[in-house]
Ligand binder design. Structure first.
Ligand SMILES: Nc1ncnc2c1ncn2[C@@H]1O[C@H](COP(=O)(O)OP(=O)(O)OP(=O)(O)O)[C@@H](O)[C@H]1O
Ligand SMILES: [Mg+2]
Length: 303
């Protein structure tokens, strides 16, 4: 059942490189450095080899990144049309929060690529029973001020701003006392925190039934806030085929790799590598997707 050791497996070195790229982009420098260190040690101990030049270059680039640098908000990722895996407990808990009229500010926090946006979209669909058509997704990648935040909310809810009244006042009047759900996605724009938080508070205080589901790499820090910290998808601790087949991280990896290499499947021959990759990625969906794209394009299907 046990597959080849990680360090002897070329699939694994590609996955490590994909992970290092992802770590650099997501601002996860220290985590990337740890993964590289573990990989290099394993390679030396098991094979007496050094990592390939491309891997060393990525490591060097990560070393140069500032430890405290806030990662840039990545490109917008629109609804992908790809299958959604796992997160059953999180969805249930989100659904319970959103159904309660007294829980009006809920933040999904977690590292870049953890799947906050994707989960919030799923939760929004699930909440349609409560909110009907008054459930809106508000993308904030381009919003760099409180004014832009208000405009984005107006655009998402179908309000046409105009006239002499300040836009926030128009939005409050428009939303009124009815039940609305607004998903404020990617709320971590730099430089506008105080202003945007003030707008969020005004929205909660100035309306009767608006619930905000915020996705952000860090929590807002407001008293009214409920926080759900999101980690990676579940993956097995050992290379057990049945456990791997149930695990959402492995299923995500296999599905994405299959898009690049049709027929790619989990099996006795690759279960150890796949579980190891999921562990290296900490189950983070974006890291898994990037690794799968690389691994799927490089390895022959093994099952
Ligand atoms: N449970 C899941 N099942 C399938 N794909 C997922 C799942 N969670 C996330 N993904 C995919 O992983 C990628 C990263 O997810 P997402 O954009 O939601 O992360 P994020 O936490 O919002 O990141 P950021 O902090 O950069 O905004 C996306 O391509 C998304 O479709
Ligand atoms: Mg996001």
């Amino acid at each position: 059942m046990a597959g080849p050791p990680l360090a002897a497996d070329p699939l694994a070195e590609e996955a490590v490189r994909a992970y290092l790229r992802c770590a650099a982009r997501a601002g996860q420098r220290d985590r990337g450095l740890r993964v590289f260190g573990r990989f290099r040690l394993g390679l030396r101990q098991e094979m007496g080899l050094e990592p390939e030049a491309a891997t060393v270059r990525l490591h060097a680039a990560l070393l140069e990144a500032s430890p405290t640098a806030v990662a840039p908000v990545p490109r917008p990722r629109r609804a992908s049309g790809t299958p959604f895996f796992g997160r059953e407990e999180e969805l249930e808990s989100l659904g319970a929060h959103l159904a309660r009229p007294d829980h009006r500010l809920l933040t999904l926090s977690g590292p870049g690529g953890a799947g906050k946006t994707r989960l919030a979209r799923e939760a929004l669909e699930g909440a349609r029973e409560t909110f009907g058509a008054a459930a809106h997704f508000v993308p904030l990648e381009a919003a760099d001020s409180a004014a832009a935040l208000v405009s984005a909310m107006a655009a998402a809810t179908g309000l046409k701003l105009g006239g002499a009244q300040p836009p926030l006042g128009q939005l409050l009047a428009f939303l009124g006392s009815g039940r609305h759900l607004l998903v404020l996605d990617n709320f971590e724009q730099p430089g506008v925190r105080e202003e945007t938080l003030a707008a969020v508070l005004a929205l909660l205080e100035g309306t009767g039934g608006v619930t905000l589901l915020v996705t952000s790499r860090r929590r807002l820090g407001l008293q009214a806030e409920w926080v759900m910290a999101l980690g990676g998808l579940a993956y097995p601790g050992h290379p057990d085929l049945a456990a791997a087949a149930r695990s959402s991280a492995v299923r995500l990896f296999v599905e994405r790799a299959g898009r690049v290499r049709p027929g790619f499947a989990l099996g006795g021959g690759n279960v150890a590598s796949l579980v190891e990759i999921c562990q290296l990625c900490g189950g983070l969906p974006l890291a898994l997707e990037l690794s799968a794209a690389w691994a799927g394009s490089l390895s022959a299907p093994e099952s």
